[in-house]
Design a protein around this ligand. Structure first.
Ligand code: G3H
Length: 496
């Protein structure tokens, strides 16, 4: 149970504590931040509103702890991560309960998120042992003008303190996808969870605490973005920022110092359906891709671009599947659950009303109760409608009918976003040609966009992000290359 049993020490009264110096603490601010349950729209949890002084202290601790962590053998770092992964999985029910209550994630998906997170942590430990256990050896005589008198040994070293800022939709999984690579690479960690999702993240952090990581190495501060948001991202003690979220990331990248940034900032993933596509396969993926977790995934299908000749047939198939989606509370494991906040629901409604005014065809009646929005397919969407370009982050899916593949590619590439896209066709040659010209970080052929499996490279072009994630890429991104050059007194060639 959340806040009970082994999790009792992370709560004081009805306010969850923050984590620093290996201990659960109350903020000296005496203030808290409320977390509203998207389903009941009542306060579900409260977390500490940490102050800037507390952030300063955490940074100091993280810096000191990192020095000795970097000297901890790699196999020991991996061992602790494996331990944390196992504890995390053991406590999947309590953490999933928080995900259900604070972000309205359907119950089964909430459990899946925690299990996936444990697997991610273990895989990262194994991958880290492999890739950080290797370096490079270079000799100088391959470059013109040099004899073989210099040997260069290069290896990967940690960056220092990594600031991890995950989003509300995966507060556990997209936190550990930053935490585990940072730790295996010898960095320390400051986590700033999103407000909705903070309590799930605090429970996850407690699993790392129970695994026995050194004091100060992992820290988690909660609070108002207006008080500690910029303060954290511009803090001189931060050596790397890994952020997933909305366009706040663009602002962060403008303000951050000369440090490596890893950013994933959303998408408007296009699904191009050609005349020769398997329409049943396409429809199934459009519904899964567009409506899982009520469309609140950066990799959700956010616009369908279908050839006019098969559009009627595809829309009918998608409509039939949408009709089968269950709508209701996350506790009942419904497919469509309330969106995360009232302001999100209002934003989504604004897009729907704009499409209505401009003449889109509503395949279902628009229905909303509080934060709960029924799934809606909008046909005959045109480029002058906001929904053609903007990311609803809700269960609303526009269909644009196209007369040529080029028209579809043009729409996809005219977007500011470039996260993923997908193409449905039985012609693999065409699929490759289209994938090559789509300006997105990944193109899925005959399947909906998705980040996983978690070791695959995951990256966005344009406003969708900076850098590449996925386990291997994240470990590499959280390291620097260090070289040691051995200068020989005279050239040394091999036998002969
Ligand atoms: O919301 C952004 C996530 O990175 C998407 O992950 O494709 O596993 O749902 P997912």
């Amino acid at each position: 149970m959340a806040g009970k049993g082994v999790f009792e020490e992370i709560i004081d009264g009805d306010v969850y504590k923050y984590y620093a110096d290996g201990e659960w603490k109350k903020s000296a601010s005496g203030k808290s931040v409320s977390i509203i349950n998207p389903t009941t729209r009542k306060t579900q949890y409260k977390v500490q509103a940490c102050s800037q002084e507390e952030v300063n202290k955490v940074m100091e601790l993280a810096k000191a702890a990192q020095k000795s962590w970097a000297r901890t053998p790699l196999w020991k770092r991996a061992e602790l991560l494996h331990k944390a992964a196992a504890i995390l999985k053991d406590h999947k029910a309590s953490i999933a309960e928080c995900l259900v209550k604070e972000i309205a994630k359907p119950a089964k998906d909430a459990v899946t998120e925690v299990v996936r997170s444990g697997d991610l942590v273990s895989y990262t430990a194994e991958e880290g042992v492999r890739i950080l256990g290797e370096g490079k050896f270079l000799v100088s005589d391959s470059f013109p003008g040099n004899e073989r008198s210099k040997y260069c040994l290069s290896s990967k070293i940690p960056l220092g303190v990594v600031l991890a800022i995950p989003p509300f939709n995966y507060p556990v999984n997209l936190a550990v996808s930053k935490i585990a690579p940072a730790l295996i690479a010898g960095n320390s960690l400051v986590l700033k969870p999103p407000t909705q999702g903070a309590v799930s993240a605090l429970h996850m952090i407690h699993c790392f605490h129970m695994a026995g990581f050194p004091k100060g190495l992992i820290n988690c501060v909660t609070g108002k973005g207006s008080e500690i948001g910029d303060f954290l991202t511009m803090h001189p003690g931060v050596n790397c920022i890994s952020f997933t979220g909305g366009d706040t990331g663009i602002a962060i990248s403008k303000k951050a110092g000369m440090i490596p940034l890893q950013m994933e900032l959303g998408g408007k993933d296009a699904c191009i359906v050609l005349e020769d596509a398997d329409l049943d396969l396409a429809a199934a993926n459009i519904v899964k891709g567009g409506f899982s977790y009520s469309g609140q995934r950066c990799t959700a299908v956010k616009v369908v671009l279908v050839m006019e000749s098969v559009a009627d047939a595809l829309v009918e198939k998608v409509k039939a599947k949408v009709a089968k989606l269950t709508v209701g509370p996350p506790e009942e494991d419904c497919d469509i659950t309330p969106v995360v906040t009232e302001s999100s629901a209002n934003f989504i409604e604004g897009l729907v009303m704009d499409a209505k005014e401009k003449g889109a065809t509503f395949c279902q009646e628009y229905r909303r109760e509080g934060n709960l929005i029924w799934p809606l397919l909008l046909d005959h969407v045109r480029p002058d409608m906001r929904i053609a370009w903007e990311e609803p982050f809700g269960p609303i899916l526009p269909v644009i009918r196209i007369n040529s593949v080029e028209e579809g590619i043009h729409h996809c590439n005219a977007s500011n976003f470039g996260l993923q896209g997908c193409v449905f066709t039985r012609d693999i040659n065409k699929a490759i040609m289209i994938s090559d010209v789509m300006e997105t970080g990944t193109v899925q052929i005959n399947s909906a966009p998705a980040r996983g499996p978690d070791h695959f490279p995951f990256q966005g072009l344009k406003d969708s992000g900076i850098g590449s994630q996925g386990i291997t890429n994240s470990i590499n991104m959280m390291t620097k290359v260090k070289s040691i050059v051995i200068n020989l007194p005279s050239p040394s060639y091999t036998m002969g």
